[in-house]
Write a protein that binds this ligand. Sequence first.
Ligand SMILES: Cc1cc2nc3c(=O)[nH]c(=O)nc-3n(C[C@H](O)[C@H](O)[C@H](O)COP(=O)(O)O)c2cc1C
Ligand code: SF4
Ligand code: SF4
Length: 255
Amino acid sequence: MSKNIIFYFSGTGNSLKVAKDVAAAIEDCEIISMGKSHKLSGIYERIGFVYPMYAGGMPIVVERFIKALDLSENKNSFIFAICTSGSGVAGGLTNISKIIGGKGGKLSYGESIRCYSNYVVLYPMGSDPDNKAKAQAQATKQVIKDIQSMAVKTIFKNSLMELIHGLFIKSLANKDKGFNVSEACNNCAICSKVCPVENIKMQDGKPIFLHHCEQCMACVQWCPKQAINFKNKTQNRGRYHHPDVTLTDMINEKS
Ligand SMILES: Cc1cc2nc3c(=O)[nH]c(=O)nc-3n(C[C@H](O)[C@H](O)[C@H](O)COP(=O)(O)O)c2cc1C
Ligand code: SF4
Ligand code: SF4
């Protein structure tokens, strides 16, 4: 058993990259996807959660994962959360603080890291992924120092973010009804393999969406043929994934 463990959720690699950088720096650290439930066994020095901010808060799967996690043996661990987002606004942290507090643990440290904004359904992709990746790496360095020294950082309540999140987050699961698959699809099944919540099955050589979507954009962004689109919005928009994260990383880490 390792001394430290980090749970992550990631569609386009920003959060996976942060999780890997932190894990490498604190050493003796496992990285586990929050796509499936997990049973903690043994006592960890540090337990971390790294995930993207969705609509001002946590992805549904992350909330469900943490609620189901048995922390009874780890109430005294140093528990931290890192939320990656396009804006760098610290939404997505107050709720996790509440959930962990309700389990008898304490969220000792929470921080948000500004990254490339990946929600291609809503807006075109920006043109500067390498600079954004550099800025992300720079911001991660400070967070690593804090986590190495087990610094405490209070999480302030963000009522506006909580309101926005409550209004929008539940609508995401069915948004995959808006996905369409073009003739360019070559039946490679990458979309199905990269989906972190098993929301895609291959049928007659084409992906079928199962309506428990997180809108993480992994399928849209990693499809090598750009064959998955949302309604008529994304056909002419570019695609993004973190420049230092490969498809193999995404699929291997997930399993
Ligand atoms: C469904 C969805 C909702 C998002 N909502 C927000 C948001 O409210 N605020 C924000 O700053 N970024 C938002 N983003 C951008 C992501 O939080 C950001 O790009 C994140 O770093 C992606 O992480 P990943 O590469 O690990 O998936 C959203 C992205 C998606 C896909
Ligand atoms: S990743 Fe793209 S090309 Fe491959 S099966 Fe899925 S939709 Fe088709
Ligand atoms: S179907 Fe696509 S957008 Fe939805 S959770 Fe799976 S990979 Fe993410």
